[in-house]
Ligand binder design. Sequence first.
Ligand code: NAD
Ligand code: IPM
Ligand code: MN
Length: 350
Amino acid sequence: MTAQTIAVIPGDGIGTEVIDAARTVLDAVCARHDVALDYTEFDWSCQRYDRAGAMMPPDGIETLRRFDAILLGAVGWPGVPDHVSLWGLLIPIRRAFRQYVNLRPIRVFDGVQSPLRGAEDVDFVVVRENVEGEYSEVGGRVNRGFPDEMAVQESIFTRVGVSRIADYAFELAASRRGYLTSATKSNGIVHTLPFWDEVVAERAARHPDVRWDSEHIDALAAKFVLQPGRFDVVVGSNLFGDILSDLAAAVAGSIGIAPSANLDPTKEFPSMFEPVHGSAPDIAGRGMANPVGAVWSAALMLEHLGHPAAAADVVTAMEATLAKPETRTADLGGTATTAQVTAALVEHLS
Ligand code: NAD
Ligand code: IPM
Ligand code: MN
């Protein structure tokens, strides 16, 4: 069997800690399922930026292109402006490889305490548009430092871009509980979001099997808190999906659990798997990061690479580990270290 190739970018802060954990869990599950993965690690990070003046080499994207998948921890560190580090690595990968779907599942696991009452049934997926929308390089700043300084940032929504993310979300909803919510703000934003609504409605007509509605982002944020159990698939633009996915992760108990898959559904390019969280400078280097978000992301990677049984085993191990108070990290009210949680996951897999 030829091995599938994985580019590993641990990045900064707890990115390196949770990727270590994910690699250990992958080794255990792959041995059990006879899956062969061949890893190449890249030290692309803010440390590299300090040393070499760039987050990755000029041919970094070309280098990644030949891999079957990318596993990333997190990038960003105090001292390097976030827009420099993120637009120097993470965002160009998403855009060059047309990873237009950012899939972010949310579940309240047994034993994990949601900050909300009655949230036990929460099980939904945020489908975030991942390559256009509010994240664009179009705009500018003038009169820097003067009273008349101004900054302009354009949002770009295309018919192709909105149609394909809506189709993906409708199809996902059809394979789940058949209910889609589209995040909008067409009452306040007068060009892009009315367009988003129109295109989503057009695509809905092709998916009569899915019940759907549209909610303004402000009211939707409130409903994530008040009625999180009612959602199945939630589709949103790049920025709305970003904010909703951290909110959803908090509803499910901690941002430390939340995974993501940046997918090119055509499989022309490698997809990228990374936890939703960042480099967490406040807890980095203390061995206390929750590795579950990265481990669940690795499970999404296994599924994408065609190993559903191995992926399911990782999720079962996560469920068993989260169910026990002694194998929960501090963000979940426990005292376990990253290494202890990782060891418990491996034990379930052997
Ligand atoms: P963050 O997600 O790093 O941290 C937010 C809070 O959640 C912190 O209190 C942190 O301690 C906690 N937290 C996050 N992950 C955790 C885990 N696995 N276990 C336990 N606690 C966890 O967000 P931030 O503080 O806004 O960003 C820090 C840096 O990370 C910034 O440079 C930011 O740009 C970057 N960032 C990168 C990515 C990415 O690479 N995909 C994502 C988000 C933020
Ligand atoms: C995420 C992160 C990134 C985003 C940042 C770090 C650019 O918050 O993956 O959710 O906004 O996409
Ligand atoms: Mn985010």
